[in-house]
Structure formats: C-alpha cells, structure tokens
Design a protein around this ligand. Structure first.
Ligand code: BGC
Length: 689
C-alpha cells in the first residue's frame, strides 16, 4: 500500500480524498462495495487498506444481535425520548449511542428511527418519535449530532412513508405531494438541515407505486436535489429484493445493498456487471452512489481504524444515569385526582405492586424486532419500587394483594409480542416490528384486572408500560391516577419509583394525540387508510396534511388526551408574551418570550410550546402548528423568561404550484402554552415576504 496516496492523508479535505480514491479504485473494487459482505459489514479492500465498515442496529441502544451478542445500555423507547421534549437530553443520549457503537467495534448505528407516528396502531411507534415533524426532527437531529460527535455515522430511517408495518415489504403508500412534503419530507428535511446525517436507510414499501430502493423521485429528486443530503443511502435489510434490479437501485441513488447475505441479491457483482454490459448504467452512475459511501468512510475515519476487540458488555454507570434521566423526564402524568400522587411513605404502611408488566424484563433477543437491546441488568418496576421503599422507609411493607394495601401500583400495558419469529408466525399483538396492533385498547384480561383491582382497592395508581397510545376511556373515570411510563429502559424501575414517591415531578408531555375512539382518528376513517387495501396492496394517506392534532384541531374534535399534554405535581403560570418585532420581513428572525412561574409547592419542569397559525392563507391550512418548544426547570416560586427565536420557515407550507416550501405575506397568530389544547397566550404579527 502506497502511504503517499492522497486519500490516506487525514490533513487533506475529504472531497479531494474521495476523488483520489475513485481514481485508484478498480471497477471491480468499486462494485465490491455496493453490497454488504454479511449481515452487518461491508467488504474490505485489502489492496487499498480499506477495512470493513460495520453497522449495528439501534435505536434504543446498541442491539444485541448486531454487536456480537453484546450487552449494552438499554435506553427508554424513542417515543419516550420524544415525551421528554428535552433537546439536551437527546444529544446526551446520542453521544452515548455513538460511544457504545464505537466500543462495540461498529462505525454506524442504524438510528434514529424517525417515521411520523401516523396511527396509534403502528407496531413500531415505540421506535419513532412523534406525529409532529417539528418535535420529531428537533429531537432526532440532536440524537444525530450526539452520535456523530463520536465519529460514528447515524442512519436516519426509514425514508419514506413506512408509517405502518402491515405488508410493509410490498404495500404502496398512496399520497399526494403536499402531504408527502409538508409532513413526511419536512421531518427529514429539518433533520438534514440541522444535523447533516452521514447515513440514511430507505424504506421497504413502495411510494406511489415505486419501491423506496428504486424510487428516483424520492431518493434523487427529493433527497439529493431538494434536501441536499450528503450521506450514503443503504437499503433496509432486503429492501432491494423486490425492485426491478441493480440498475434501477443504483440509478435511484442507493449506495449499499444490505445485507450481503441470502436475503438480498440485487446489487451483486455479477448483476452489476451485467447491467454495465447492457448499458443500463455506466461507471459514472456507480461513482455517483459510491462517493457518499466513501464520504462516510472518511467521516468515521475508517482508514485510521484502530478498533480494539469489540467490547461485549457495557455496564457503565454514567450511561445508565442518562438512561434513567430520559425515563424520569419522559413519564407522562395523565391523571392525578385529589393529588393522590406523589405517595408519601410516612403516611402509609403497605404497598401492593401488581400487574402483568410489574416484573417484565424488556430487552430479550429479537423481542420487538431489530431494536432489541439487551442490557447487562434490568431494573423492573417491581424491583425499582421495592428497592426505593426498602431504602427510604422502615415501616412500609410490600404486600401481595391490593385489598391488604394502603395503595396499589397496578402496572399494565403492552409487550413486544414475543420474539420476532413468533410475531411473524402467530401475529401476536404488541408493539413490534413486522406487524401492527389491531386494537387500540388494552387486552381484555388487563381491563378485567383493572376492574377487579379497583373493587379491592380504590386507591390504585395505574401505570402504563407501552410504546404507543392506549385507549383509556373504559377505565379512566374509575382510576384516581394514571402515569404513562412508556418502555422506560433498563433503569425504568428506579425512575418510576422516584416519580411515584415525589423525588421528582413528572414533566413528560405526549408526543402523540390519544383519540377518544379509533373512529375519531384521521388515519382510521376507513380500512383503506389503515391498514390499507390489502388486496390491492395500497395504503391511502387520504387525511393528507391533517395528521394527528392538525386534524383534531381542524375538525374541532375533542381528543381524549391532546398532543403536548402532561400533568405535573406542581403548577405553572405563563404570562407576559412578547415579540421583539411585530412586523417581520423576508428571512429575518424574530424572538418570542414568555415568563414562566412555578406556582406550586414542588420543583418541576414545564414545556413551553409555540404554535403558529396563518390568519389568511391562499390554501387550506391547519389552525395552528407546533414551531418550537423549550423545557424549563423551576423551583417553587421561581420565574424564568423563556425566549424562542424563529424565522420565516415558521410560516411556510408546501406549495404544489411552486413545487417548493413557501411563505406568504400576511397576518399570523402565535400561540404559547403547555399543550396543543392549552394555549392561554397569543399575539399577532405581520409578515412581509
Ligand atoms: C428494519 C430496520 C433494521 C434492519 C436491520 C429491518 O428489518 O426495518 O430498521 O435496521 O432490519 O436489522
């Protein structure tokens, strides 16, 4: 190997190193990089000193099956991270994902999963963030920045409209351009603008008839030309299989077919050479898709790779503390009648901790699908609460039956439906990759258990452990308190105990709307919309831009729990809304500020949410849309001024006529509050293009 080769010189600019590499690589070497070597790595090129590039699944941590059966920090589900509305915490979590990926000997983590939560029933909601593209992209871009700060490539997935799992390998999303752009593309657009991800995974499904992996419109016109994406595109595992072939995928812009194993044999050297011979593609087309792959190699410093033997177990206290903080800040207090929570240990002597999810250890091989992260140890709700009680109260006993207890913690919810294989074979209900839920409510047995428990002990706190919205209507009135704990990760039990006993006040806010009934929900107006017309293999996104709260607000339908909602042990008062200018011109930025005061007796955090509505638009628009948010921590009686800076992108919508995002001159209303349905402050501004 010639050490003077420019591409090996880390002091030269990356783009000139890429050009140099392309010059020294033979055609066969280039072709060898287009398809993986095995399930998780690419082919090395010894002659040029190019090592294998290794990937691991995410997004809840470094997954077991892709890290030599390694055990690593298991974070709460991504939907839980979204419920924290805390950008700093997302960055910290991303940084740890990067560190642990590196320690596991990989160069890329297949995370974050950012598909918009279009329906409460999508099996992978737990891996995604929100129904709103701003909340989703603001937190995802912090995850990406954190991951990449460790020189590990992120991989935002799955591009695009893979918003449900039923027939995901074949189904076609039927969607109009404005909805595609304004909701689904916007999410990725903001992530790309804010964090420049080095990798992206395309989807299994078809988009308006064409598979994601060969969709030139999606991968070239939108991703490269419109969004200016500079990273490499990998297929989802096996997503090239059903396409019309290597030439189509390469022309569309796929850099890497994964895996390089039985499952997928589309961009094999033989098939690529054949496509070249037939003139379906030229070497320049290969260079076009290879360039971003080489860019990633250089960005992760693959050539300076000094990876030691991969670490099999990460048992890191600091990482686990961050996982615990995510869990603590994510839990959403949905109801707290007569302030039953927090429980004061000095006032009780007996606690019962029961329910199907009280002892469940989440994090078993393949459970939930590809995001199965196995932690070195797992702190269940039962263990966490029990330990807390033992450490903090001498005279409080854990009893087995609700009728013997002063207070009962009833822990219900969902699971991942067993192993991936079992889910596929028997279609087991749960939050899992590969299938969607078929019912919005809890399993019947759990509803019976709730009723039974309440009859034995009305002092029952209901704790939900699930990765998607759950129908609470049937039992809501009878339960004094409900805490939604999501899938809280390996430290979940400790986090839960600290909230239940008042060490900290809940500060999580719902990143999705909970409808009263599924029939109220825009994605469930017909089977065509969800799970889709399964004979025609088409799923119709007929609700268009009216996804989640945008629809409920437009149609003035009362949700059960609105987007952005979440209670606290304390109370906050928002006053004094100000804007630094009432007339905004062109691209200039403007600042909104409000004073937030903690008027209760507990310390706590509030999420200041800023929504903007267009008062006189030439097209139909939602009454208001989230544009920004800030989480603020306050002690009792403390006041802070929260300032949020925005620019004219806060006024934009996608114009089908202009084929672009545009803003129109006119009057806009800015609303500020603590959920999409609690917006006490508003102010009008005027925008001139
Ligand atoms: C999933 C991806 C995952 C990949 C590798 C696919 O089935 O959709 O999210 O990263 O497998 O495990």
């Amino acid at each position: 190997m010639d050490k003077n080769n420019k591409y090996l010189n880390p002091d030269l600019p990356i783009e000139s190193r890429i050009e140099d590499l392309l010059k020294v690589m033979t055609l066969n070497e280039k072709i060898s990089l287009l398809r993986g070597k095995d399930f998780w790595t690419t082919n090395p090129i010894q002659r040029l000193g190019i090592p294998s590039f290794g990937m691991t699944d995410g997004p809840l941590g470094v997954a077991w099956h892709s890290s030599h059966r390694g055990k690593h920090t298991r974070f709460p589900a991504t939907i839980a991270l979204a419920a924290t509305w805390n950008k700093t915490l997302a960055y910290e979590m991303g940084k740890i994902l990067g560190k642990e990926t590196k320690a596991a000997g990989r160069h890329q983590i297949l995370a974050p999963g950012v598909n918009i939560i279009r329906s409460p029933l999508c099996g992978r909601n737990f891996e995604y963030l929100s129904e709103d593209p701003i909340l989703s992209s603001d937190l995802s871009s912090e995850l990406v920045k954190g991951i990449q700060s460790e020189n590990i490539a992120a991989c935002v997935k799955h591009f695009i409209t893979n918003n449900s799992e039923t027939k995901r390998m074949k189904i076609s999303t039927e969607i109009e351009e404005r909805a595609l752009q304004e909701i689904y593309v916007k999410n990725f657009k903001k992530i790309i603008e804010k964090s420049d991800p080095w990798g992206l995974m395309c989807c299994y499904n078809r988009v308006n008839g064409t598979y994601g992996a060969e969709n030139e419109y999606i991968l070239r016109d939108i991703l490269r030309t419109q969004l200016g994406f500079t990273g490499h595109v990998t297929t989802d595992w096996g997503a090239a299989r059903k396409t019309s072939g290597a030439a189509a995928c390469i022309k569309a812009g796929v850099s890497l077919e994964m895996p390089g194993f039985l499952l997928s044999r589309t961009m094999t050297p033989r098939k690529v050479r054949k496509a070249l011979q037939k003139g379906e593609i030229a070497e320049e087309d290969i260079d076009y898709v290879l360039k971003p792959m080489l860019r990633t190699f250089l960005r992760v410093e693959l050539f300076q790779d000094v990876t030691n033997a991969p670490r099999k177990v990460t048992d890191n206290f600091e990482h686990q503390q961050v996982a615990q903080q995510v869990a603590e800040e994510s839990m959403v207090l949905l109801k707290n009648e007569a302030q039953i929570l927090p429980i004061k240990l000095s006032e009780i002597t007996k606690i019962a901790i029961i329910g199907p999810n009280a002892h469940k250890k989440f994090g078993k091989p393949y459970h939930g699908g590809s995001s199965a992260v196995i932690p070195p140890q797992f702190n269940t709700p039962y263990e966490g609460i029990k330990r807390y009680v033992e450490e903090n109260a001498e005279n409080v006993e854990i009893v087995d039956y609700p009728e013997l207890a002063d207070v009962t913690f009833l822990i219900v919810g969902l699971d991942h439906g067993g192993s991936f294989l079992k889910t596929f074979l028997f279609n087991v209900e749960g939050d899992t990759e590969g299938s969607d839920r078929t019912q919005y409510g809890l399993p019947t047995k759990q509803i019976q258990l709730i009723q039974h428990t309440l009859a034995e002990n009305p002092n029952t706190v209901l704790i939900l452990i699930a990765g998607s919205p759950i129908d609470c209507t049937e039992w809501y009135d009878d339960v004094p308190a409900i805490l939604n704990a999501w899938y809280p990760g390996m430290m979940g039990g400790n986090a839960l105990a600290r909230l239940l006993f008042g060490d900290i006040s809940p500060s999580g806010k719902l990143p999705v709307t909970y409808p009263k009934t599924l029939q109220d929900h825009p994605a469930h107006k017909s089977k065509k919309r969800f799970p889709g017309d399964l004979k025609q293999l088409k799923i119709y996104f007929e609700e268009g831009i009216y996804v989640g709260y945008r629809y409920f607000d437009k149609q003035q339908i009362e949700p059960f729990f609105p987007f952005g909602f979440g209670l606290s042990y304390t109370r906050f008062d928002l006053t004094n809304i100000q804007v630094d200018k009432k007339d905004i011109k062109g691209h200039e930025s403007f600042k909104i500020s409000v004073d937030v005061k903690n008027i209760g007796v507990y310390s706590g955090a509030e999420v200041v949410q800023v929504y903007i509505g267009d008062d006189d638009c030439s097209v139909d628009r939602p009454p208001r849309e989230l544009q920004s948010f800030e989480k603020v921590f306050l002690r009792p009686a403390e006041t802070k001024t929260v300032s949020i800076t925005l620019d004219n992108s806060a006024f934009e919508f996608y114009s089908e006529k202009e084929k672009n995002f545009i803003s129109e001159s006119g009057s806009f209303t800015i609303w500020v509050g603590t959920s999409s349905r609690d917006l006490p402050l508003s102010i009008k501004i005027n925008y001139v293009i």
